[in-house]
Design a protein around this ligand. Structure first.
Ligand SMILES: *[C@@H]1O[C@H](CO)[C@@H](O)[C@H](O)[C@H]1NC(C)=O
Length: 305
């Protein structure tokens, strides 16, 4: 009996801690979020007190009620998904000295990626082949920007080590893709980098640039890497831009890389990005897919040569 009660209590406390934690993380998002969280916290406190009171008055009756009323697994899961969504939407403000924070963002990014990677709700399948699958979904922001969320899988004839080395070679990346205008490393330590990437004008899009953390974690035959935009005060690219450039936002992107054979890996990519574009999805979705296909072809040619 008491075990169930303390279990519930523990759960309420952990819920409260999560809300407190996210509130500290999102100070910039301001008052509105805070007041919502405060309401939830007040409600939870009230709820907890109510349960405590009734439990003391009549313990026998209430136990069953607890069990029936709430599915605590669900409670935990919903809060978890909200926390992950907040993490993805929030672009952290850091300085190059804050390596611990950067690693923490990396770790949380990996947790977020593994959570969102197989949720397919709302995605449209645009291509299905043996070695290439592509899904896309769009979400409109209050400013009417279209956030594109892509998921795709493909294979490469290589090992995880060679793949990681290839990805770290920004000069080579730039050579391989002539829409890249600048690709710079601004921090590099083991499995953590800060990169600056700038694209030239491509088709319907004026120049865009990104400043983001890249972080990876290896576990045996698997590897997970994530990228997430950050804000850094007074950041200056090494190669200054000649034209007007819009800072785009990589909310979360990442790859799950699995070894499927000797010299063969399977890559599953998730990419959620605000390119600060207001064009209708019907106008951009095929083009987005074709850009990815071209990129995959470049990678394949590189590893097959
Ligand atoms: C991998 O190599 C094999 C044999 O050379 C080739 O037939 C196949 O198309 C390659 N696959 C990829 C994904 O590059």
């Amino acid at each position: 009996m008491f075990r169930i009660y303390s279990c519930i209590r523990q759960l309420f406390i952990s819920c409260l801690n999560i809300f407190k934690y996210t509130r500290v993380e999102n100070v910039e998002q301001g008052y509105q979020m805070e007041s919502v969280n405060r309401d939830i916290e007040n409600n939870m406190n009230a709820e907890l007190r109510a349960h405590e009171d009734s439990f003391i008055q009549n313990p026998e009756n209430k136990i069953e009620d607890f069990e029936n009323k709430a599915n605590f697994q669900d409670c935990e899961q919903i809060i978890d998904e909200e926390t992950i969504r907040q993490f993805i939407d929030d672009i952290p403000h850091i300085s190059f000295q804050q390596t611990e924070q950067m690693k923490e963002i990396g770790e949380r990014g990996i947790a977020a990626l593994t959570s969102v990677i197989d949720k397919m709700e709302g995605f449209e399948l645009l291509e299905e082949e043996q070695d290439f699958n592509f899904w896309i979904k769009y979400v409109e922001t209050p400013e009417k920007y279209q956030i594109g969320i892509m998921k795709y899988t493909y294979t490469l004839n290589t090992s995880i080590d060679s793949y990681l080395e290839f990805m770290k070679d920004l000069q080579l990346q730039k050579q391989m893709d002539n829409s890249i205008d600048a690709f710079e490393k601004h921090f590099d330590e083991m499995n953590l980098q800060i990169n600056y990437l700038r694209y030239k004008k491509i088709m319907f899009m004026d120049p865009r640039d990104f400043l983001f953390i890249k972080y990876y974690d290896r576990k045996g035959d698997d590897c997970i890497e994530i990228s997430k935009s950050i804000n850094v005060d007074n950041f200056k690219p090494q190669e200054l831009n000649v034209k007007q450039c819009t800072r785009a936002v990589l909310l979360l992107s990442g790859n799950i890389i699995k070894k499927i054979d000797d010299n063969k890996i399977m890559i599953t990519t998730y990419s959620e990005c605000n390119m600060k574009l207001k064009l209708k999805p019907v106008m951009t979705k095929q083009a987005s897919k074709n850009e990815i296909k071209k990129m995959v072809k470049r990678y394949r040619d590189h590893f097959n040569q």
